[in-house]
Write a protein that binds this ligand. Structure first.
Ligand SMILES: [Zn+2]
Length: 333
């Protein structure tokens, strides 16, 4: 007898029917091979690694050439290690449903120049599914916190040969975070400028686990060690650290400093010449801002960092969550 226990396919989000005693099955929607893991029977999928050492190193070399990285990386970079691992991720689907009421203000100016503010009442229905992913173990220094891609060939065939990180973070915490995030996003999507009343609820529809293959490349340049990670499904570089190029940096600092200085000096000269203290002040402020930006960009200039590393995590989260929503909106079960 098939019983539905509120489980979702980690690959497509579809509702899974699990027969009692069964722990390996195919998703009825997308056909992915899944297994029910642990006491709570969390649906788990693993994606096959389709990259090899050669394609991973090629991707890394291409990545070295992009941006402001040291130009002699290809000659001077020394490969230390290159290996695949399976990283666990939680994947959640959260439905937000309800109503958000409020108003929008519009200003009208009549012929006499009188301004009248009109309040236009708004009543928005909210009904959306939001899907999020988050790494389910300590990412260490890998710079990966979320999945950019959810897909690939579902298979456990590589499980024997590729080391797997156990999931260590709490399932309940992931569900709670997803609810909170989904509510925030649903409010944003409803787009009611002034909210006066709302009745929205976030319903966790499913949590599943994804084991995703990631290649880790470690290399040295001069005295220092750097790394990159490459997606085992798509072959894209996910994160990494690389030495910056000294020439690019000094050029940028010189240009930034000169432009900042010129704007400041120009504003001062022009402002004083015209007898306008305000203009001089604006010139100084703008010039100073350009200098400050230059400094901020190149303070850590000896290293180029890409990925979800500590400190950059908050920005990345915002971006990836948005992407996840666009991709998965409209998945219903
Ligand atoms: Zn599926």
């Amino acid at each position: 007898m098939a019983i539905s226990v509120g489980l979702n396919c980690p690959a497509c989000g579809g509702a899974i029917q699990v027969a009692e005693g069964d722990n390996v099955l195919n998703c009825g929607y997308c056909g992915s091979l899944l297994w029910a893991e642990g006491d709570a029977g969390v649906m788990t999928v693993a994606y096959r690694n389709v990259q090899g050492r050669d394609s991973v190193l090629r991707a890394t070399e291409q990545w070295w050439r992009k941006g402001w990285k040291a130009r002699d990386l290809r000659e001077k970079g020394k490969l230390l290690e290159c290996y695949p691992i399976y990283l666990p991720f939680w994947s959640t689907t959260t439905r937000v449903a309800g109503w958000i009421c409020g108003y929008e203000e519009r200003r009208h100016t009549d012929r006499e120049g009188n301004v009248r503010t009109e309040r236009i009442p708004m009543e928005e229905m909210v009904l959306n599914d939001y899907r999020y992913t988050s790494i389910a173990c300590d990412p260490g220094d890998l710079g990966i916190r979320y999945l950019r891609n959810v897909g690939g060939e579902a298979s456990f065939a590589d499980f024997e040969s590729i080391p797997t990180f156990e999931s260590t973070t709490s399932k309940d915490e992931m569900i709670a975070t997803s609810k909170q995030r989904a509510l925030e996003e649903a409010r944003g999507d409803a787009n009611v400028p002034h909210i006066t009343f709302e009745r929205v609820i976030a319903i966790p529809k499913g949590i599943s686990r994804i084991y995703y293959p990631v290649w880790v490349v470690r290399y040295s340049y001069g005295e220092r060690m750097y790394m990159a990670t490459v997606d085992g499904v798509t072959g894209n570089v996910l994160s990494g650290r690389a030495p910056g190029d000294p020439l690019y940096q000094s050029l940028a600092v010189t240009a930034g400093t000169s432009i900042g200085g010129l704007i400041a000096a120009g504003g001062l000269a022009f402002g004083l010449g015209a007898g306008e203290g305000l203009l001089a002040l604006i010139g100084l402020v703008v010039g100073g801002a350009v200098l400050a930006l230059t400094y901020r960009f190149f303070r850590h200039g000896s290293e180029i960092v890409e990925g979800d590393f500590e400190g950059k995590a908050a920005d990345m989260r915002g971006k990836l969550m948005k992407e996840a929503r666009r991709t998965f909106r409209g998945f219903h079960t």
